[in-house]
Design a protein around this ligand. Structure first.
Ligand code: MG
Length: 165
């Protein structure tokens, strides 16, 4: 699926979560061993939140905060992979399917290079896309700003949508 489709819409997403001791670190639905994790109402998977917002944006469906209000206890501790699948279903009902996704995760630590293949595979499963239509990039912030000081992790995503056949 997804190969060679005409892109009918694109969307972008951005997110940032604070790093805090005693929380699990989950990126693209993959648990990553680290001394800190991301703070948030859900599992705080900053990468999947960026992808979810990009999907919503491309389909003209608003943003993740409207869909899953952070003050609604229903979403506390949610698996962000489940939230993404719910949004993908909305995108499908709007007549679209994902065609490709490109994600940039900005983290000073831990080094994410060795986790990129797993993250790519998991994101391809979540989006019903072949792995070659999914790209994960890992960057640092060169020691500058809150991300560079290791206080937070940020993520950017761009998603292309194709009209459903
Ligand atoms: Mg978020």
């Amino acid at each position: 699926m997804g190969g060679g489709r005409t892109i009918d819409a694109v969307g972008m997403g951005w997110d940032l979560h604070r790093l805090e001791a005693g929380r699990p670190l989950i990126l693209c639905n993959i648990p990553i061993p680290f001394e800190k994790g991301l703070l948030g109402h859900s599992d705080a998977d900053v990468a999947l939140h960026a992808v979810t917002d990009a999907l919503l944006g491309a389909a003209g469906l608003g943003d993740i905060g409207e869909k899953f209000p952070p003050d609604d206890p229903k979403w506390a501790g949610s698996d962000s992979g489940r939230l993404l699948r719910m949004v993908l279903a909305d995108v499908g009902r709007a007549g679209f399917q994902a065609a490709n996704v490109d994600v940039t995760i900005v983290a000073e630590r831990p080094k994410l290079r060795s986790y990129k293949p797993q993250m790519r595979q998991r994101l391809s499963e979540l989006l019903d896309l072949p792995a070659e239509r999914v790209n994960i990039k890992a960057k640092t912030a060169e020691g500058v700003d809150a991300v560079g000081r290791g206080e937070a992790i940020a993520a950017y995503a761009i998603v292309g949508l194709a009209k459903k056949c």
